[in-house]
Design a protein. Structure first.
Length: 399
């Protein structure tokens, strides 16, 4: 028996169908906001990712040499591949609103909620510094999450320029500031007091206390970032987004340089971060171009891990034509349903009606369309609702 590769998963049956349904709702939501689909290869030159993150990234991703010795990598994210595409295509009109939905790969130890292969559902807007587009990204993700059933959440907002001003005010050197911000980002997990203790070991008690005062709202340096946060919050009211300022929010240290955000759900079913993102204007400079960018991503696999716990007993509104006496009629009826956009299976096996219904039940198909000789002679069709356990007879002409 061939085993599955460590850190990846299989999906089949209803679970796979629900994943596709949720992805389609996300895709439709993105397109309703004017985002256009972008597809990039799963294989890129390794240098594309080391250019962004440094040589150390190679230990965190799947990299390999092809038969000619070229160093390649499976994409660990969509962002850099999309940036390569946009930066190299001068004909793209800006601002350009793009979305990417597809699998990415990272080489890390698998664990609860962590996989080596997972799906990202990203949106990005290229070519404008306007904070209005930060709000558009957040508004779009807010819309998409509500459409797939995630409701009880708040959007936590901060700004990297504010964080930089805090570090400068506390006279914390650049390299130390990176370590300090990593500790700050743990506030929601271990609390402000524990974060202060960790930071004091890095930079001393006095500086650690100033960081704690900032986290808890007793100290706020003047910064361009404060203005950007206020502007973003004002626009988010127009989108009816429930947003709060979170002074401990940091996000990717070597990545973002403006407003950052996280969607944090308080719903017992979806508890935790379900989406995130921010502005990263400076990243394009590493690719010899200057292009402001803002974007975000929905944590699709995290949401699906929560949804999948509740999917086993519910029926899908699908049909299955069960051939009892007439193959030609069965194909004709199935074709009519499919032409109407109804998902329709067909069972040709020579089995009893009870076995055919067992088949439908096992696949959680709600409606069995039974093609029997007596009904055909009367010009009727029997539809059995397997969820409600009742039959409905309809005229074939009215199907």
């Amino acid at each position: 028996m061939v085993e599955r590769v460590k850190g990846v998963r299989d999906f089949s049956g209803k679970e796979a169908a629900i994943r596709q349904t949720i992805l389609q709702k996300i895709r439709e939501s993105y397109e309703l906001f004017g985002f256009e689909p972008v597809e990039t290869p799963i294989i890129e030159y390794l240098s594309l990712f080391t250019q962004k993150s440094g040589e150390e990234i190679e230990s965190q991703i799947y990299s390999f040499a092809d038969k000619k010795g070229e160093k390649l990598a499976l994409r660990p994210e969509h962002t850099v591949s999309k940036l390569r595409l946009v930066a190299s295509n001068k004909s793209i009109v800006k601002p350009f609103k793009a979305y990417s939905i597809g699998n990415v790969w990272r080489y890390e130890d698998p664990g609860k909620g962590r996989h080596r292969e997972f799906t990202q559902a990203d949106i990005d807007i290229y070519g404008s510094k306007s904070i209005k587009y930060d709000a558009e990204v957040i508004g779009c993700i807010d819309f998409a999450l509500k459409r797939i059933g995630v409701e009880n959440f708040k959007v936590h907002i901060n700004n990297r320029k504010v964080l930089q001003a805090v570090m400068e005010s506390a006279k914390i050197p650049f390299l130390s500031s990176l370590q300090v911000m990593r500790e700050m980002d743990k506030t929601d997990k271990i609390g402000a007091a524990a974060v202060r203790e960790n930071i004091s070991k890095l930079v001393g008690n006095e500086k650690a206390e100033k960081i704690r005062d900032y986290i808890e709202g007793r100290f706020m340096p003047e910064s361009e970032g404060n203005i950007e946060i206020d502007e973003l919050l004002a626009y988010l009211k127009d989108y009816k987004v429930n947003a709060v300022v979170d002074n401990s929010l940091v996000r990717g240290i070597a990545y973002y340089d403006g407003n950052v955000f996280e969607f944090i759900s308080e719903d017992e079913k979806f508890k935790g971060t379900v989406a995130s993102g921010g502005r990263y204007d400076q990243l394009s400079l590493k690719f010899n171009t200057e292009m402001p960018i803002t974007g975000g991503s929905i944590g699709f696999d995290r949401i699906m891990d929560m949804i999948s716990k509740d999917v086993s007993d519910d029926f899908l509104d699908r049909y299955c034509v069960v051939n009892i006496d007439d193959v030609d009629k069965s194909i004709e009826i199935a074709s009519r349903l499919r032409e109407k956009g109804i998902q329709t299976d067909i069972l040709f096996e020579d089995v009893s009606l009870s076995k055919a219904l067992d088949y439908c039940n096992s696949k959680k198909i709600r409606y069995a369309v039974i093609i029997g000789k007596r009904d055909i002679q009367k010009g009727e069709i029997t539809i059995r609702d397997l969820k409600e356990k009742k039959d409905l007879k309809v005229k074939e002409s009215e199907l």
